[in-house]
Design a protein around this ligand. Structure first.
Ligand SMILES: Cc1cc2nc3c(=O)[nH]c(=O)nc-3n(C[C@H](O)[C@H](O)[C@H](O)COP(=O)(O)OP(=O)(O)OC[C@H]3O[C@@H](n4cnc5c(N)ncnc54)[C@H](O)[C@@H]3O)c2cc1C
Length: 367
């Protein structure tokens, strides 16, 4: 039976960033396994591609720390490897006195988290920046940006392969048996062929499927909820030059239906938040009035006839509909199952945080 030192399950942005980090040391002793025919076919290609600053999350949480560090790493990677990104900047908009107070709290929290250059804007300053946006006040984050996440993943893939590590696509893990020490993994290959191999360490980066994979190894985890987020694109030219977010709903349930601009200059609104039982990527056109109402609070001149159903992504959330904030879980499952590392609930800002998550996991390994 073939043997590996480390197996990473899942070639989304997180598994790829981790593979690129470990491959130069482990070379052919590392394996990256992915059930789809290519990288980033699930949540990593169904998101806003925003490089978040790290404002929203509680101080000292993994989300705060890894977002701030990951953002700096992503901008450096883009510069060094000629990957498209733009620091467009973002404004978070208050449309009431309560929301204005909330922005003051966000400013304080963002600064505690180490976010640079944050600035409170008056209504007039906000209007100079974004004439179409109605704001009583706004919080400006100049370091927030957008990135070509596909090419970032391609870079991690190339770095992994160049170091001599195999990425096995079309290979789904179907069983994991702890051997104490190590694990035996069974999988189904591209031709529905079944085979198995062993690995001293297994790192579960399986996104929406992570809790199920953990259970395969006999490790129970908190449930992962599927929290769907749909987008509507805005046809024609964009009236906005920055990313524009409303003051977020209370309780950490999403960031509110916001405006993002992609690298082609296309404006999109979303994602909203709907918990669902099974992954379902259809966008319900009936949600247009709901989107229009939310957007018009900060963009009153919106022509809702230009809203076109676009795509949807699904957040792997540990936070259920009535739960308070939950952080990422990144841990080795000791003492029961040493060598098994779980990454759970890697929702936003998981794209931004990916390189820092790779460092965090590497620090757990005794290589
Ligand atoms: C609507 C939405 C908007 C978002 N916007 C942003 C944003 O703007 N900025 C930001 O920083 N983050 C954002 N995020 C979060 C970000 O997209 C995710 O945190 C990130 O993509 C997670 O990457 P991942 O590698 O953990 O998961 P995934 O991309 O889901 O990768 C997991 C991989 O595991 C594979 N897998 C599963 N089971 C098996 C198996 N049995 N065998 C083999 N392979 C398996 C899957 O096929 C998949 O490719 C957003 C998320 C959503 C849903």
């Amino acid at each position: 039976m073939e043997k590996f030192e480390v197996t990473i399950i899942g070639a989304g942005i997180v598994g790829l960033a981790l593979a690129a980090r470990l491959a130069p040391k482990l070379k052919a002793e590392l394996l990256l396994v992915e059930q789809q025919e290519g990288f980033g076919r699930e949540t990593s290609s169904r998101n806003s591609e925003v490089v978040h600053a790290g404002i929203y999350y509680p101080e000292n949480s993994l989300k705060a720390r890894l977002c701030v560090t990951g953002r700096r790493q992503i901008y450096k990677l883009c510069q060094d490897h000629d990957i498209a990104c733009q620091r467009l900047g973002k404004i978070i908009v208050a449309t009431s006195t309560d929301e204005e107070k909330y922005l003051a709290d966000l400013l304080k929290r963002g600064r505690e988290n180490g976010v640079e250059e944050l600035k409170m804007l008056s209504s007039g300053e906000s209007q100079t920046l974004e004439p179409q946006v109605k704001a009583q006040a706004a919080l400006l984050s100049p370091v927030t940006g957008i990135v070509d996440s596909h090419n970032l993943m391609r870079l991690f893939q190339n770095q992994t392969k160049t170091a001599g590590t195999t990425i096995a696509f079309h290979t789904g893990i179907t069983a994991i048996r702890p051997l104490h020490p190590g694990f035996r993994l069974e999988c189904t290959g591209p031709d529905q062929d079944k085979f198995s191999f062993s690995s001293k360490i297994v790192i579960n980066c399986a996104g929406l499927n992570a809790a199920r994979l953990s259970r395969l190894a006999g490790i129970l985890t908190p449930p992962i909820h599927y929290a769907k987020g749909s987008y509507f694109s805005y046809s024609g030219s964009s009236p906005l030059a920055h990313l524009v977010y409303p003051a977020p709903p209370t309780g950490g349930h999403g960031l509110g239906i916001h405006a993002t601009i992609d690298l082609g200059g296309r404006l999109r609104f979303g994602p909203d938040l709907e918990y669902c039982d099974e992954p379902d990527y259809t966008v319900n056109a009936d949600r247009r009035p709901h989107f229009a109402a939310a957007i018009k609070r900060y963009l009153p001149g919106l022509d809702e006839n230009r809203l076109v159903p676009d795509m949807a992504g699904i957040r792997p959330r540990l936070q259920g509909p009535d739960d308070p904030f939950t952080d990422f879980i990144i841990r080795e499952e000791t003492p029961e199952t040493p060598g098994f590392i779980n990454l759970l609930g890697i929702e936003s800002p998981g794209l931004t945080a990916a390189p820092a998550i790779a460092d965090e996991v590497t620090a757990l390994l005794d290589l």
